[in-house]
Design a protein around this ligand. Sequence first.
Ligand code: SF4
Ligand code: SF4
Length: 74
Amino acid sequence: MSKKDKVFSVKIRRDYCKGCGLCVEFCKQGVLETSPNLNSMGYYYADPVKPENCIGCMVCTLVCPDLAVEVYSE
Ligand code: SF4
Ligand code: SF4
């Protein structure tokens, strides 16, 4: 199986997210969007709306200042 064939999961630790939008901006696959809902801290958290588009580049995990994004292969 090549890397291209792998399936990746993207998980947002919702209550760690401050809604800065960096991961949404940097994900060029359109996986992430800002939720219209608030987390327990009162922030509009990032939401993986198109997880099937994830290519596992890990950029979202690198840009998140709050370690709120996890990406792993299934
Ligand atoms: S790993 Fe890459 S493709 Fe997947 S959600 Fe993060 S930035 Fe987007
Ligand atoms: S980069 Fe981190 S803190 Fe910012 S919106 Fe994404 S998950 Fe939330």
